[in-house]
Design a protein around this ligand. Sequence first.
Ligand code: GRF
Length: 199
Amino acid sequence: MKKKKLKFRAKLNGKKIKTCVFISGTGSNLKSLISYSRSYNFPIKIGLVISNKVSAKGLLIAKKYNIKHKFISSSDKTKFERKCLLELKKNKIKFLCLAGFMKVLSKKFIKAFRHKIINIHPSLLPEYKGLNTYKRVLKNKDKYSGCTVHYVNASLDSGKIIAQKKILIDEKETEKSLKMKVLNQEHILYAQSIISIFK
Ligand code: GRF
């Protein structure tokens, strides 16, 4: 085990990849990523958090963990992306994780950032892209739901899939219970996906 850890560390050239997380809300995935990133052999460290919502609870999580964080308004998408790119450059960010970030990034932004961008989504993509996934899954009486980590392109929830976790839906499942089940799995899947990317 020790040998394996050392090998992994060597592959990273002794350095963790400086990462930014984009959020819009609660930030439970952010919190989980911060926690994973603090372990010795996790490949990324979180150096910046950007929210397009001033009231996002995730900003308080970043503050609590002493991580640089910024609110940037996205009411003008072009300005928002320009400001984000400046911050990413200024902070030498090499990897971007979207975690509950409720905007679709433009092709121009994705091309300009030039590093990897990944996202987590609460469904088994390509099924149920977009919002209200739990409601739609339950309405269709599906037997399974799940979550997906994927690379980001300029179409909504459509980039190449990195990993998925399937979850069995109970007969008495509610939106609330399904959300909790999926979120818990998201936290694990996001970390596993990041490890697999940098292996
Ligand atoms: C998650 O379900 C994620 O898949 C989706 O938005 C939710 C964000 O939750 N994109 P949180 O802010 O990480 O708690």
